[in-house]
Design a protein around this ligand. Structure first.
Ligand code: PLP
Length: 426
């Protein structure tokens, strides 16, 4: 792998986007890019944590989506990773965007995206944000309650509304969303009548089956419910023409087959209830799917503690303690990139040494973040070769809900993101 500094204004304003020339036979350039970057860091006497972002990974995901779920236009959920380069890349590829706030709408519009390519998919919006959407012409937004309709009547009466319904629960997910948003199917007629009274324009249904949906059948159950909501709307005189199937698609490396199965289930349910001849526009709000595997984190071992010492035997040879364990202190933690994983308990992350270790023997160890908080424990009981202070660990699949969670607690900095793109994809 060779790294060439080549900022390209057409694609991004990032100063350090590397174009990477691949050596034939190298299928995984990310680690090589990270090693080169880590060396550069250490030469500069810096040992900062950093991300490497593979633009090609997002391009591949986008192409795969178009191939496997061609009828559904993806509206990327910006909350998942609001890196301007992610937004700009997806905008260039033709995606729409799901925004949750004024700031997200602002970011997406600043990338040249048309307001018609945005859905303001937050069922409970601050009033001033609705006024802002109005001033920018972002017309499509979700609701799931009467109070929201009243606010919208005041702030943006000519907007186009999607009623967010609550899908059936009980399917395995990394994180439920139904505990917070979505109206029960039996409340659909009441809310539609209210919208009718207020002369508001409801154009369709949305749902979110959760984040990190492990059972694809959650989508078929929700699509079936959406079809019932469409029928209810028809009886009341509405002619719905849009269905938004939300996010929840897995996107880590190793989960490709799961996505393929999910796509099949989604397509079959759509074919059954929303076949092309019904002329219903279909959109989705995937976040994790597009970015999870594109970002890899490098964290530095900034401190180390041996938990149980080696002892000398009778001949004064050191004997390794059979329960030797290590504590490593890293320069990113639960108050930074790892916050989300304190909530997504079912996600399995792994840390591995960035450079091959001379002694491959593994020891139990715990990995701690850099703040003084006792709860800043990232991983407990993981197996790693013995590491030195100054070594880097790398953690894959760190593109979702990570960079966006930084709060600066203890003054800890956010890792810089270094984007790169393989030459063939460039
Ligand atoms: N849409 C909405 C309204 C959400 O709240 C979320 C996640 O919280 C998403 C889309 C994206 O979900 P995911 O990252 O699981 O695709």
């Amino acid at each position: 792998v060779t790294l060439g500094d080549r900022p390209d204004e057409r694609l991004c304003q990032a100063r350090n986007t590397y174009k990477v020339k691949l050596v034939p036979g190298h299928m995984l350039p990310t680690l090589e890019v990270m090693r080169a970057k880590a060396e550069e860091m250490l030469q500069q006497k810096k040992e900062d944590a950093f991300y490497v972002f593979d633009l090609g990974d997002v391009v591949g995901k986008y192409e795969k989506w178009l191939r496997l779920i061609p009828r559904v236009q993806p509206f990327y959920a910006v909350k998942c990773n609001p890196s301007p380069l992610v937004v700009k890349l997806l905008a260039h590829l033709g995606a729409g965007f799901d925004c949750a706030s004024q700031a997200e709408i602002d970011l997406v519009l600043a990338m040249g995206v048309a307001p018609s390519h945005i859905v303001f998919a937050n069922p409970c919006k601050q009033n001033s944000f609705i006024h802002f959407a109005n001033s920018k012409g972002v017309e499509m937004m979700t609701f799931d309650n009467e109070a929201e309709l009243q606010k919208i009547k005041e702030a943006f009466p000519r907007c186009r509304l999607l009623l967010r319904i609550l899908p059936k629960s009980g399917f395995k997910t990394h994180s439920e969303l139904g505990n917070k948003y979505g109206c029960h199917l039996e409340d659909v007629p009441h809310l539609l009548l209210k919208a009718q009274q207020l002369q508001l324009n409801v154009i369709g249904i949305s749902f979110n089956v959760g984040s990190g949906v492990l059972e694809p059948e959650a989508y078929s159950a929700a699509i079936t419910m959406a079809a019932k909501a469409f029928d209810m709307a028809k009886e009341l005189g509405f002619s719905f023409h849009l269905l938004d199937i939300g996010g929840g698609f897995l996107g880590s490396s190793g989960e490709e087959e799961h996505f393929e199965r999910t796509a099949k289930v989604v397509n079959e349910a759509l074919q059954k209830y929303f076949p092309p001849e019904r002329n219903i526009r279909l959109i989705a709000e995937p976040g994790t799917y597009f970015v999870a595997s594109a970002f890899t984190l490098a964290v530095n071992v900034i401190g180390k503690r041996v938990e149980s010492r080696d002892t000398p035997d009778q001949q004064n040879h050191m004997v390794e303690s059979c329960n030797k364990t290590f504590r490593y202190f890293l320069n990113d933690g639960v108050f930074g990139s790892f916050l989300i994983f304190a909530f997504l308990r079912t996600v399995k992350l792994t840390a591995e040494p960035l450079h091959a270790q001379t002694n491959p023997k593994k020891y139990k160890c715990s990995l701690w973040g850099p703040t003084c908080a006792g709860i800043d424990l990232i991983f407990d009981q993981v197996d790693l070769p013995e590491m030195k202070v100054g070594d880097y660990l790398c953690v894959r699949n760190m593109g979702y809900y990570t960079t966006t969670m930084y709060n600066g607690f203890n003054g800890m900095p956010m890792p810089e993101v270094f984007p790169y793109c393989a030459e063939d994809i460039w």
